[in-house]
Design a protein around this ligand. Structure first.
Ligand code: HEM
Length: 463
């Protein structure tokens, strides 16, 4: 049931709040999210429905929405009312990614997006295909038959290497461990801070706080690498037409000015982070699910054998011939969307799903919850790639599935990511099978992205 209360400032027009827990001031439920943000969101939605309002702490409220119509309203129809900052979770990312594409807003964001967009056009992505599969084959050449390895880590190294080579024309293989450890530390720290009151303020003003120290240290490590990427390019004096080249050569139409060092650093850091971690996490979940569903794996292997006769390495041209492989990736991202929650800050009063939303609200949309919504997904917990046949996709509302978000802030790298995930899955599954370490229980770890907790211990077998 929703709560109808009288708003004394609006001529007693009743406010129709979404239902949800509203403990008396000054108490709130923010601490109940700690260590289990996704489980808590799931609980609230199960109890109160598709729209939930809860007192977080003091007079701060949070809103959760998970109906496709709500997603569409916030991300698309009324997107101008919703910005990234100052949503608390996104504020927490700013010490690392600064004012890059992921966190900036307004005219500034629009300009940056326009500058970066050409680097992600389909045709350009097509040119990256061979780099992607070559990197995968080099990794597979090192794998031994029967070897035990952490598949999540392998995927992280692989996608970082690919992002470095394709977008910045740099080989990051030697830095992979350092970058991986720094990003993991940041991911873990921010993941836990999102549910701590006043975390952003503490990060800014309390330098001796443990989290501040971890984040500052990791950011310094990452900054070194980003600076190295930029310096090497500047010193080489060579103009390349990769993403880095585009960003460095971009000039403002009116002033003719280029991007300053700080802005360039923020964009490179953003793309380095957003461009490898999510795809690596998506692939980890793919291999976990395949290990649990031998029937799906067999069908996938059949498709690969038919299309890529004699174990040929897949190319961009093969992708349309690999519909089942594509559906496996899509279905894995339905059950385990790497970006499991999207934050927005609503500026003007609005109405979402019939509920009144006041000005200045912190909103969370959850692809994870939408992707498991029983009204849109039959037997939502079942892993079934067939859900993504074109006919069945056409039956669902567009915003029932949003692993890449939607509207103007939709992921800039979605076709890069899909191309990469499909090609890497095809290359790897053709040569190896991966089985989960016996007795290992896979758990979700919802940090900035949705990772398998403690990685993915697997044993790989040559096919
Ligand atoms: C499976 C892989 C990926 C997933 C699931 C994913 C997911 C997302 C989502 C959901 C958003 C929207 C966030 C929001 O609305 O709040 C987003 C934005 C973004 N993604 Fe991705 N992404 C992936 C891969 C990539 C890759 C490969 C790149 C770059 C190489 C990338 C770069 C970005 C950037 C820069 C943004 C911000 C775009 C903007 O606001 O203009 N992502 N991503």
């Amino acid at each position: 049931m929703s709560t109808i209360v009288v708003n004394p400032t609006q001529n007693k027009k009743p406010i129709n709040h979404p239902p949800g827990p509203n403990p008396p001031w000054p108490f709130g439920i923010i601490r109940q999210f700690q260590g289990r943000p996704l489980a808590k969101m799931e609980e609230l939605v199960a109890q109160y429905g598709d729209a939930v309002r809860f007192r977080a702490v003091l007079h701060f409220y949070g809103y959760i929405f998970c109906h496709p119509d709500h997603n569409k309203h916030v991300l698309q129809d009324n997107n101008k009312n919703y910005t990234k900052l100052p949503h608390p979770s996104l504020l927490l990312m700013t010490p690392i990614v600064g004012n890059g594409l992921l966190t900036s807003d307004g005219e500034f964001w629009r300009r940056q997006r326009r500058l970066a967009q050409p680097a992600f056009h389909r045709q350009r992505v097509a040119g990256f295909a061979a780099t992607m599969t070559d990197a995968a084959n080099v990794m597979l050449d090192k794998w031994q038959d029967g070897q035990a390895l952490n598949l999540a880590e392998e995927m992280m190294h692989l996608t970082l290497e690919i992002a470095g080579k394709t977008l910045f024309s740099i080989d990051l293989t030697r830095e992979a461990d350092t970058v991986g450890a720094a990003f993991t530390a940041v991911n873990e720290e921010i993941g836990t801070l999102t549910t701590k009151p006043f975390a952003y303020q503490r990060l800014r003003y309390v330098p001796w706080w443990h989290s501040t120290r971890v984040i500052r240290h990791s950011t310094a490590v990452l900054d070194n690498i980003v600076q190295k990427i930029i310096n090497e390019r500047r010193q080489s004096g060579v103009q390349k037409d990769d993403l880095l080249g585009m960003l460095m050569e971009a000039r403002d139409e009116e002033t003719g000015e280029g991007m300053n060092d700080r802005q360039l650093r923020d964009e490179v850091m953003t793309i380095m982070l957003a461009g490898h971690e999510t795809t690596a996490v998506a692939l980890s979940w793919v291999f976990y699910l395949l290990s649990q569903h031998p029937d799906v794996r067999t069908r996938l292997e059949q498709e690969l054998a038919e299309v890529l006769a004699n174990g040929r390495t897949p190319t961009m041209a093969d992708i349309p011939q690999l519909p089942y492989t594509t559906m496996v990736v899509e279905e894995a991202m339905r059950l385990y969307p790497p970006a499991y929650a999207l934050g927005r800050f609503g500026h003007q009063p609005d109405v979402i799903g019939g509920y009144d939303i006041p000005a200045n609200t912190v909103i969370t949309l959850s692809p994870y919850l939408t992707h498991r919504h029983p009204d849109f997904w039959e037997e939502p917990l079942r892993f079934d790639p067939e859900r993504f046949t074109p006919e069945r996709v056409a039956e669902r509302p567009r915003y029932a599935y949003l692993p890449f978000g939607g509207g103007p802030r939709q992921c800039i790298g979605s076709s890069f990511a899909m191309t990469e995930a499909i090609l890497l899955l095809a290359t790897i599954a053709q040569r190896f099978r991966a089985e989960l370490k016996p007795g290992h229980q896979v758990e979700m770890e919802p940090l900035v992205t949705l990772r398998p907790k403690g990685g993915l211990p697997m044993r790989v077998q040559k096919r």
